[in-house]
Write a protein that binds this ligand. Sequence first.
Ligand SMILES: *Cc1c(COP(=O)(O)O)cnc(C)c1O
Length: 396
Amino acid sequence: MPADHSDPYAFATLGCRAGTTRSSERENSDPIYATSSFSFESAAQAAAVFAGAEDGNIYSRFGNPTVRAFEERLAALEGGERALAFSSGMSAILSVCMSLLKNGDHIVCSRAVFGTTIGLFQGVLPNFGVTTTFVELTSLEAWQRAIEPETKILFVETPSNPLTEIADLAALASLAHANGALLVVDNCFCSPALQQPLAFGADIIVHSATKYLDGQGRCVGGAVVGRAQFINEKLFPFLRAAGPNMSPFNAWVFLKSLETLKIRMAEHSRSAQEIASWLEAHPKVRRVHYPGLASHPQHELAKRQQRAPGGVLSFEVEGGRAAAWRVSDETKLFSITGNLGDTRSIITHPATTTHGRLSDEDKRAMGITEGLLRLSIGLEETSDLLADLDFALSRV
Ligand SMILES: *Cc1c(COP(=O)(O)O)cnc(C)c1O
């Protein structure tokens, strides 16, 4: 897949080097600028920087060198013009909505998105006159039918959570643009190491940096990547006014993590592929959802759109909730948590945790059954993970 940016360096090089600036101390690793504000040489310089006539740092709510380094590195990796960092993935999504939408506007969103995104679109935005229609991710016809004259955003997450369905990004970008809307992609599951939605025509990328961008389960953070004009004129003024900014410490953690993003994502994918194939052949497993399997309905599309299938898969165990909980409890190397994208493998029962607040009808529509388990494959040795799953399944 082409890297759609003008930078001459390849992805791995950008991951290690983009955004780095050295201070007068000549440090080799990026420093943390743990300061809330910045000082000026003189009253006249302060006035010039405040007026925008001179470049300079003012206050860390809207400008900090460590946060900026993370933003520049992520923008380079996504092939985007500019990025802004946020306190969480949700504040990144909220900020995109607040900077693009007004009372009366409408969003079309794939049904199988992160549960809290549904909570934001369904429970919060209607208070401000913004409504959302949820559609079947893989049906272009459903997206088309849901578009109204007031539709400003098509919002999609691909691969979806937890069933790993794949949306056709190029087709959705064309549909959005033909209707005067923007395509916003939550690129959390793939990260730019595996998928660069801007290259397929998407307008805005949102990230939960909490997941693979950190990749080690330490900090909560988010980011938005897009055109400089949108970020400078709409998103940055919202960030400055509302303050959902990322802390310098978290930015430093994420910045360091981007240096290993490419090799981590390759290994997560390699191991997940092996585990998905093994599960598919297991007699107690009814079905495995993983884009890297030939049995996946959008396997070919995933191959065109992603460099690798990613580290998340889900599978349905025979025996419903009791069997799924048993498998969770009998594993030793899979942490029971709702997070994903960690070096440590994770097992989640979506129906009673991440997607537990959805109505039974919504769960049915999304295919979240009682026997479904989601795995986020970490960086432990694959053979140890397989032995652990083999034992857990034998206890059902
Ligand atoms: C976790 C997650 C979010 C929300 O990010 P936070 O950092 O937890 O606020 C959004 N989208 C996806 C796909 C996620 O997995």
